[in-house]
Structures are given as C-alpha cells and as structure tokens.
Design a protein around this ligand. Structure first.
Ligand code: MN3
Length: 200
C-alpha cells in the first residue's frame, strides 16, 4: 500500500487561539506530508512490507531490514504520531466517561494528570512527545524522543502532545510551557475516551 496523508479533520483555524491557523497549515501540509513521503520512499524497494499499516511497521521495528529501520522509525513514527495528534484535538470538549474514571484511578485525578503530563512535555529535552498510553490495561504517562512511538514499546498511545518546536514556535516561540498549558483547552476527550475503550 501507499501510505496516505490523512485530511485534517477540521479547518486550519479550528483551534484558534490556542493553536494558530498558520502553524496548523504548515504542520499538517508540510511536516506531516514529508513524513508520509519519506516513509513511502523508504519502503519502495521492500514490497514484503507493503501490506503492513504504519502502526504495524512501528510496532515491530525489529522485523524490518536494517537498511530502512531508522527511516521507518523516524518517518513511519512521524506519520503515526501526527495521524493520532490531529484526531485528539478539538476545542470545548469536557472530559467524561470511562477515561475520566481511569484518570482518577490510574493517574491520581485530573489535576495530578495535568501536572505529570506537563512535566513530561516540558521536560522532554529537544524534540519529542508526551503521551497518555494504555499499558496492561492501565493508563501511564510517558515521553518519547524524536518521532519514537510508544507502540514500539508495546504501549498504546491515546493522547499525545507534539513538543517539536514546529508544533508551536510561530505562536509561542521559546515558551513551551505556555503552549503546554494551552493544550489542555484543545483535548478532544470524546476521542481519547473512544481510543481508551479500544485499547483497554
Ligand atoms: Mn509535529
């Protein structure tokens, strides 16, 4: 299969003022597209892997030929991470349902979750992501460098924040902390709940 850039599921300006339209446009149309293109380029000479989804490739990097392992890790990871990222963003969605209960039982409640998640996002040195993952049926907060996916560690991401500078620099410049604080206004908890129920 050829991997395809998914459409952004809303307009570029849908997350204003927390994320600006220009950032969303460049992030989706340029950055995410580049990951997809480079993933396809890496796989071109390896038809054995053409039936696998990007998630499957990333889940089992060890199965890949050495020649393309790094490219798939970076660009396949970039594709999978961003595909999830667009889906879990939306303004004005209150947290409810099973995910709310799980955050209380597994992560010590909403305030404690915000603290730990912010620390993971702000503390990630250089480029990377902070996540809520489901691991052995329970929620955990983890951070990964570059475009590494928790899937490679056997953990299922259900929420992630991109802390590469390209995700926030136009609006926030060096103020990653402010970007992370504002991120809590644009979490699509309905989608996160759906992903949680599927992953559990
Ligand atoms: Mn990004």
């Amino acid at each position: 299969m050829t991997h395809i850039l998914p459409d952004l599921p809303y307009d570029y300006n849908a997350l204003e003022p927390y994320l600006d339209a220009k950032t969303m446009e460049i992030h989706h149309d340029k950055h995410h597209r580049a990951y997809v293109d480079k993933l396809n380029a890496a796989l071109e000479k390896f038809p054995n892997f053409s039936e696998k989804s990007a998630e499957e490739l990333i889940t089992d990097l060890e199965a890949l030929p050495g020649e393309i392992k790094t490219a798939v890790r970076n660009h396949g990871g970039g594709h999978v991470n961003h595909s999830l990222f667009w889906e879990i963003l939306k303004k004005e969605v209150a947290i409810s349902g099973e995910i709310k209960k799980a955050i209380e039982s597994d992560l010590g409640g909403l305030e404690k979750f915000k603290d730990s998640f912010s620390q993971a996002a702000i503390g990630q040195f250089g480029s990377g992501w902070a996540w809520i993952v489901v691991h052995n049926g329970e929620l955990e907060i983890v951070a990964t460098a570059n475009q590494d996916s928790p899937l490679t560690d056997g953990k299922t991401p259900i929420l992630g924040i991109d802390v590469w500078e390209h995700a926030y620099y136009l609006k926030y410049q060096n103020r990653r902390t402010e970007y992370v604080e504002n991120f809590f206004n644009i979490i699509n908890w309905d989608k996160v709940n759906e992903l949680y129920l599927k992953a559990r």
